[in-house]
Design a protein around this ligand. Structure first.
Ligand SMILES: *Cc1c(COP(=O)(O)O)cnc(C)c1O
Length: 417
């Protein structure tokens, strides 16, 4: 029957909405979709729709990408910026630019995204995992030096959940003492400040992400920055050899943006989200395929950003500070909730301004395995980043007890409501 799927969809839709009403009647939040892409507004959707009509401009070298890179660099206080199609691909460009070679070792947090580990593995580099602390979920500097061998060339530190990592200065100092490069993973912390400077500017190079669940959204996108002229030249070399995604990909990305707006942000998202998800089901882009999670390098890997995505990036960049203010306001609410309920608050490092992409809280493991309790109090869908040491793959990292604890018990509340 021609309409069987549609009828099934409609039945599921009605069931889900009925469930939502029951939850709300019981004083809970409905277990709705994971809200991300909160920086998408109507103007971004209008821009995406216009770009979908103006395909002849997609591959024109009209200076849009360069303008996006320059505006990002100025806003971020960085000397050089290069726009790629993701944070992970920006990291691969940095790995190339720092001259890391197959067989070299790099120290990584034992609590990271699988795509970070992959970027090193794709280049033949050996990740050496070091444990994290549980105040900001960053590398624990007191454990780093034990991990250094004659083959160690670099340290990757991260600022997770939008928090500036606790040992930021100390890690940089340890790296300098040992002649190691520092790469900063700022994928979750675009805009966070430390001593009046945006994070990412203290190491040798850094990358940012505008993937759909991050601080700002181009659905997929990333930026590599550096202050070092030689490193910049090497990133440029990688960049010039990189391809842009094809027309079909760009089209899907723009439709996914529109869909995300209706799922996450439109005032009637509970009704329209499902509808748009169905309309654009064929177009929807996902960020990491199962194969990539398993460590396979996608055939398209290593792309730079094309003009239409940079246009979205330019529009989004204007809003980052405003939305980060909202995130901090929201965090103040979670601070109060933690105080009332007796949970530990994440550490805001002295002289830092975090951006709270998500607000992390350590809870009992059973409360992470099933987070429905959070729908009632505090009344939100709790996130579960990270579900594994190399999120979201099921690859394990051994010898990092704090990372084990975070995998078991760190949940997070939304950075904005
Ligand atoms: C999302 C994320 C990345 C990768 O960014 P993409 O743009 O998705 O490639 C890297 N590190 C961390 C901590 C992230 O959250």
């Amino acid at each position: 029957m021609k309409y069987t799927d549609d009828i099934k969809w409609a039945a599921r839709f009605v069931l889900r909405r009925t469930r939502d009403v029951i939850y709300m009647a019981a004083g809970s939040a409905p277990p709705g979709p994971f809200r991300s892409s909160i920086t998408l507004d109507k103007d971004d959707v209008e821009l995406a729709r216009r770009l979908l009509r103006e395909r002849e401009s997609w591959f024109a070298d009209d200076g849009t990408v360069a303008r996006y890179e320059t505006e990002f660099a100025v806003w971020n206080g960085s000397r050089h910026a290069f726009a790629f199609m993701s944070g992970r691909e920006s990291l691969s460009a940095i790995i190339h630019a720092l001259g890391l070679q197959p067989g070299d070792e790099v120290i990584l947090p034992g609590y990271t995204c699988v795509v970070v580990a992959n970027a090193f593995l794709f280049a033949g580099i050996v990740p050496v995992y070091c444990d994290i602390e549980l105040e900001t979920y960053g590398l624990d500097v007191s454990l780093i030096e034990k991990k250094i061998t004659l083959r160690t060339r670099a340290i990757l530190l991260h600022h997770l959940y939008g928090l500036v990592c606790r040992d930021y200065d100390a890690i940089i100092a340890a790296a300098r003492r040992n002649g190691l490069k520092v790469i900063e993973d700022c994928a979750q912390s675009t805009g966070a400040m430390y001593r009046g400077v945006r994070v990412g500017n203290l190491g040798d190079a850094a990358f940012y992400s505008s993937e759909q669940s991050k601080i700002y959204c181009t659905v997929q996108g990333g930026m590599a920055i550096t202050a070092d002229g030689d490193v910049a030249e090497n990133i440029r070399e990688y960049y010039l050899a990189a391809k842009t995604p094809d027309e079909n990909w760009i089209e899907r990305q723009l439709y996914t943006l529109i869909m995300n707006y209706y799922r996450s942000k439109h005032p009637w998202s509970y009704l329209l989200g499902d509808v748009y998800e169905k309309i654009y089901a064929e177009k929807r882009l996902i960020s990491t395929t199962q194969q990539e999670e398993n460590g396979e390098k996608p055939h398209y890997y290593g792309r730079k950003m094309p003009s239409p995505i940079a246009q979205i990036g330019l529009n989004q960049l204007k809003k980052v500070d405003k939305y980060n203010d909202k995130r901090r306001e929201c965090a103040a609410r979670w601070d109060r909730w933690c105080e009332e309920k007796g949970y530990g608050k994440p550490l805001v490092v002295k002289d830092s301004v975090p951006v709270f992409l998500r607000y992390p809280v350590m809870v009992a493991p059973e409360k992470k395995r099933d987070t429905r309790w959070a729908l009632r109090d505090p009344g939100v869908n709790a996130g579960v980043w990270f579900v594994s040491h190399l999120h979201p793959s099921n690859r394990r990292v051994e010898g990092c007890p704090n990372a084990d604890r975070a995998v078991e018990g760190c949940i997070n509340f939304p950075g904005a409501l």
